[in-house]
Design a protein around this ligand. Structure first.
Ligand code: FAD
Length: 452
């Protein structure tokens, strides 16, 4: 009874103090506010604090601590497991905090904690600048970068974590701190892959790179040709310049045709150069080809998914793509939920990803390839099939996996996978940082590092 009355008065005070909005389960708007992108991730937070600024985030964290609540963070809301809404947790919702400020002279960008990849790209591209981001516009920049994500520009410039210059954070003690190479370097290191474990990022500062030209090639093939397409793609990437990246993907848009195979090449350069590089793929019989110089933002639309679908995905980092691995990968496309928005992807790494520093807790950067089955479907009756297919793709490529994990590309798969994502050798160091900034483990809704 005493707790309930404490909770009621704390909630009333939060409503009063917050510049943003507060949603309790009985409030109109609660259901819309708690929704995250995957329709399977049904979570019911105790309270949702939709913050307007960093001061609001401090107020929200104080409220959560007073009531002993776990604290979940909603950035872009595109995480898989619904961790951003956390059952019974305080959900700190940053969707109103999406401001982006570009300094074109210094080539840096400051984004607020709820800004999306699309927000950032739209602001930077008019200056001919970009920073490696996710392959879809709606993903949150903070969730993606702090989780060690991978994108189209990584081979050219290095992964997103290599571009992190500073993080403004609200810690579990409701303290506002800044982490950079010079300020709290240990925390700064931990944020390079350690995700939301150490606090709520109210803003990130990232280095921008010159991207005056960008080209995209998309080739669609009949399904039977897929193994040859994957091999041609692999060989092009093996010898191609770092500016070249892309994906091979199966998708299954039509009920009758079964999964179709497509090759996407992205290139930080002009279309003529890309056409030449794509030669072996263009020489294979294809249904359609589109190769053109485009704004970089166009590539960020290729893998977007509409909200409201049921989602499940996972990934395996691969040490190589020998012939048997190609065949094993291609054979699994038969099991895709058809028709659906699912896709079975292979991403190349290497280039500046492999060449960059090894110091940060992102274990996946040594892998030259990532296999990524991503199930996206509408009918709950297809749940078992979709989940089974994701499991099967992982199992099929298991003989070639490195054991590392790209944490942004998996959901809740247990502590061993989190360890494999952060690097077993980094765990003790991360746990010490956790103890310093979140000793009670309130930020434990997602890929948890426990305080030692
Ligand atoms: C269509 C689609 C395409 C994708 N493409 C890629 C891709 O190309 N490459 C890739 O690597 N990943 C990709 N992802 C995965 C995505 O990068 C991760 O799921 C990422 O965590 C999503 O971040 P979010 O803020 O959108 O999600 P949310 O669900 O809001 O957040 C997920 C988690 O990130 C943390 N977090 C988010 N914001 C903050 C913050 N401000 N401060 C502290 N912690 C925070 C929290 O722990 C939270 O639980 C894609 C996902 C989708 C749905």
């Amino acid at each position: 009874m005493a707790f309930r009355s404490k909770a009621h008065s704390a909630l009333a005070a939060l409503r009063e103090d917050l510049a943003g909005e507060v949603f309790a389960p009985w409030d109109p708007g609660y259901d819309a506010a708690r929704a995250v992108s995957g329709a399977r991730a049904e979570r019911r937070p105790a309270v949702i604090a939709r913050c307007a600024d960093a001061a609001d985030v401090v107020r929200a964290v104080r409220f959560g601590r007073d009531l002993d609540l776990r604290i979940a963070v909603r950035g872009g809301g595109r995480g898989l497991a619904g961790t951003a809404s956390g059952d019974g947790a305080l959900m700190v919702d940053l969707r109103r905090m999406r401001r982006v400020a570009v300094d074109p002279v210094a080539a840096v960008v400051r984004v607020e904690g709820g800004a999306t990849t699309g927000d950032l790209d739209r602001a930077a591209l008019p200056y001919g600048l970009a920073t490696p981001g996710a392959r879809a516009r709606a993903t949150g920049v903070a969730g993606f970068v702090l989780g060690g994500g991978t994108g189209w520009l990584d081979r050219a410039f290095g992964p997103a974590v290599d571009h992190l210059l500073a993080v403004e954070l609200v810690t579990a003690g409701a303290e506002r701190v800044r982490a950079s190479a010079d300020e709290r370097p240990e925390l700064f290191w931990a944020l390079h892959g350690g995700g939301g474990n150490f606090g709520i990022a109210t803003a990130l500062t990232l280095r921008l790179r010159g991207l005056p030209r960008f080209s995209l090639a998309r080739l669609l093939y009949p399904p039977g040709l897929a193994p040859e397409v994957v091999r041609a793609f692999r060989d092009i990437l093996r010898t191609g310049p770092d500016e070249l990246s892309g994906a091979v993907l199966y998708s299954s848009p039509h009920p009758v045709d079964g999964p179709l195979c497509a090759a996407v090449l992205t290139y930080a350069g002009g279309a003529d150069g890309l056409r030449a590089l794509a030669g072996p793929l263009r020489a294979l019989p294809h249904i359609r080809e589109r190769t053109a110089e485009v704004p970089y933002t166009r590539a960020q639309r290729l893998l977007d998914l509409p909200a409201g679908l049921r989602l499940h995905w996972s990934a395996e980092c691969l040490s190589g793509l020998p012939e048997e691995a190609v065949d094993a990968f291609c054979a699994e496309a038969e099991g895709m939920p058809v028709p659906s928005r699912s896709r079975q992807l292979l991403f190349p790494q290497g280039g500046a990803v492999a060449a960059g520093p090894r110091s940060c807790p992102v274990a996946s950067r040594d892998a030259p390839w990532i296999a990524h089955p991503c199930a996206a479907w509408a009918d709950p009756a297809d749940d078992a099939r979709a989940l089974g297919w994701v499991r099967d793709v992982r199992a099929a490529v298991r003989p070639w996996r490195t054991g590392a994990v790209c944490l942004d590309l998996i959901g809740e798969e247990g502590p061993e996978r989190v360890r494999a994502g952060l690097g077993a050798g980094n765990m003790l160091r991360l746990e010490k940082v956790k103890r310093r900034y979140d000793p009670d483990d309130v930020f434990r809704c997602h890929h948890n590092v426990r305080p030692v």
